[in-house]
Design a protein around this ligand. Structure first.
Ligand code: GLP
Length: 256
């Protein structure tokens, strides 16, 4: 069941489970792709990794396989990846996207974009500027999908990230590394840096959907939905976006 909470600083949709919520987001994404396909236009999606969007990707794959939705005219840009990390590393976001979404759909390989985690340090500035330019050249992001980290970050825009930040190298927060540490066996093996779209890059998307599930996200969700806009939690900037919404389950919404 869907409950709309419009008395918040950001519109909130509350669903009973992550699966039901994700199906609703998948329907919205699929409808836009379908419409653009019929009009002969491309669709540009901004994509996220982590456990949060897994149900969404599963449902989009189902719609592709069972209902024939084609991704041939879809262009995707991922938010971020660790730096440095090999694309073959199962913990890289490149690998994650291939496994959980890209290899199951008919997107053209050249239309899948993710910051390149193997580039030498001296190329980072130029390559990040190119990433921004490629997004612009594709016509800009139609729908940006987001999760949220415990520090309130979107992408890897850790506390301190400014409203005008762009795609760049960032140092990961201790809390973020602690959360990722179980995937890398030890804190020592956990990457210290990442490449991420900036807050300004994300805010240029025409529509933004942030999803969050579970009790562990309820505190940060309440903070960024009810609190003031601050670069201490980059998700709070979404309050000033004209077309952003939070899609939550009953647990992540519990402190609103
Ligand atoms: C990482 C990613 C974020 C993601 C967050 C939450 O920090 N950079 O994009 O939203 O993890 O991950 P999860 O969805 O697994 O809770």
């Amino acid at each position: 069941m869907l409950i709309l909470m419009s008395n918040q600083k950001i519109p909130v949709e509350k669903y009973s489970t992550p699966e039901i919520a994700s199906k609703s987001v998948a329907k919205e994404v699929a409808a836009l792709i379908q419409k653009n396909n019929s009009d002969g236009k491309n669709t540009v999606l901004g994509l996220a990794t982590g456990s949060t969007p897994l149900h969404l990707y599963k449902e989009l794959i189902r719609i592709h396989k069972e209902d024939g939705l084609s991704f041939k005219n879809t262009i995707t840009f991922n938010l971020d990846d660790y730096y440095p990390i090999s694309q073959d590393d199962p913990e890289s976001y490149y690998y994650f996207m291939q496994q959980h979404f890209i290899k199951h759909i008919d997107i053209l390989p050249e239309n899948f974009h993710i910051p390149d985690s193997n580039m030498p340090r001296e190329s980072i500035e130029i390559e990040c500027a190119k990433y921004e330019q490629t997004i612009k050249d594709s016509g800009g992001i139609d729908i940006q999908i987001l999760g949220i980290g415990r520090t309130g970050h979107i992408g890897f825009n850790e506390p301190g990230s400014s409203r005008d930040s762009r795609t760049r190298l960032v140092e990961l927060d201790k809390i973020t590394r602690d959360d990722a540490c179980s995937n890398f066996n030890s804190l020592e093996n956990t990457p210290k840096y990442s490449l991420t779209m900036g807050v300004a890059t994300i805010m240029e998307a025409k529509k933004i959907i942030l999803m969050a599930w579970g009790k562990s996200k309820s505190e940060i969700i309440a903070k960024v939905v009810k609190g003031s806009i601050t670069n201490e939690a980059s998700a709070s900037f979404l309050q000033s976006h004209p077309n952003a919404k939070f899609v939550l389950d009953k647990d992540s919404v519990s402190r609103l």
